[in-house]
Design a protein around this ligand. Structure first.
Ligand code: M6R
Length: 352
């Protein structure tokens, strides 16, 4: 059951600390700063291609960034486009990111890759799923069953598991910091959920017709995911962008009626540039909701702040996303939407 929550989605948002602990359990050794995901650690890919749909595509996009930063050529593809314009595979490992392991588009992209001789890996929540059975390897995200059609805890656990995959198969000078950040993540997610102001923000902007989400680097996939969640459960227009992209067209739509959720962490160059983009939307009188660890001066230009604890930027992506999940959830709840079963959508999409 829903254990006292109004919706499965809210229950699943609250289950994230536990799901993340479960994902990491027995796989991370802090003393030696090493990760053990069994035989998968021996994969040492020279190139990697991710295929996925929807929320899982956003996780895949984030994962491609992790491998790129380790010097491994990596790309994320929408599974439904993969076979239509097939990229050169070479000896790349092809990774299907799929919560259910049953998404037709993803299964068919993985089959295409196998047909062309690639080794394949399924990153999935469901043991014994078609993706897990058909791929050469499987990495389980261990989030537990997710009932809400909108993916919430499984996205966070995908990011967790994909970090483990990157740590186990590549070298990183930051491994120790990243492992420490992953260890702290479940507690930080709990802290964030307990203190979140997302409900007030949702109440304030529930009548908006359109919402925008911006972020750079790891916050770009988070912006895309924030917008998808807002759309699917509130039935309102929402779009996510790389922070620098808004001014290349969409800024024309930004008015005092379009709240912009802007995410920054740290006080480095990326944050400074995003703050610059925020000034542009603020100058058009758009309400700004800053999702931030408070290190940059974004708050000066923001009407509302959703705070995330300080951590490594990789883990910050998980935290920022939880704030956006809560903002979407509460907006949909104020609007009285069918949150667990949004119109027109199915949990698992088994047609192409
Ligand atoms: O089961 P999968 O991860 O393969 O599903 C892919 C998408 O259909 C899925 O992520 C969808 O976008 C989410 N349920 C949206 O919240």
């Amino acid at each position: 059951g829903k254990s006292g929550y109004d919706h499965y989605m809210l229950k699943e948002i609250h289950e994230q600390p536990r799901a993340l602990r479960q994902c990491l359990r027995g796989r991370v050794d802090e003393l030696s700063a090493s990760v053990d995901i069994g035989d998968l650690g021996d994969l040492s890919p020279t190139g990697i291609q991710f295929v996925a749909c929807g929320t899982s595509y956003h996780a895949a996009f984030y994962a491609a960034q992790l491998f790129q930063s380790a010097g491994i050529p990596a790309q994320a593809f929408l599974a439904s486009e993969y076979a239509t314009s097939p990229p050169p595979i070479g000896d790349a490992l092809v990774v299907g990111v799929t919560q259910s392991g049953e998404t037709a588009d993803t299964l068919s992209a993985l089959r295409e890759a196998r047909h062309r001789g690639a080794r394949t890996l399924a990153v999935t929540n469901v043991v014994g799923s078609t993706a897990a059975r058909e791929c050469d390897h499987a990495l389980y995200i261990r989030a537990g069953p997710e009932i809400g059609v909108a993916a919430s805890k499984t996205f966070s656990s995908q990011l967790g598991a994909l970090n483990l995959l990157a740590l186990a198969t590549t070298r990183s000078d930051e491994a120790r910091d990243i492992i420490a950040a992953l260890r702290d993540l479940p507690g930080q997610v709990q802290e964030l959920i307990d203190d979140s102001d997302a409900k007030e923000v949702a109440e304030h902007y529930q009548d908006a017709k359109s919402y925008f989400f911006i972020g750079r680097g790891h916050m770009h996939p988070v912006a895309l995911e924030g917008a998808l969640k807002m759309k699917e459960i509130t039935y309102k227009h929402a779009e996510g962008f790389a922070a620098g992209e808004l001014k290349h067209g969409t800024l024309a739509l930004v008015t005092e009626d379009t709240p912009v959720f802007a995410t920054t962490v740290g006080d480095g160059e990326q944050a400074t540039k995003t703050v610059g983009n925020v000034k542009e939307v603020e100058a058009r009188d758009a309400p700004v909701v800053a999702v931030t660890d408070g290190q940059s001066d974004i708050e000066r230009y923001a009407d509302h702040v959703l705070t995330i604890p300080e951590t490594h930027p990789r883990a910050a992506a998980v935290l920022a996303n939880v704030q956006l999940q809560l903002a979407a959830y509460h907006t949909a709840n104020f609007l009285g939407r069918s949150i667990d079963k949004p119109r027109n959508l199915a949990k698992s999409v088994t047609v192409e």
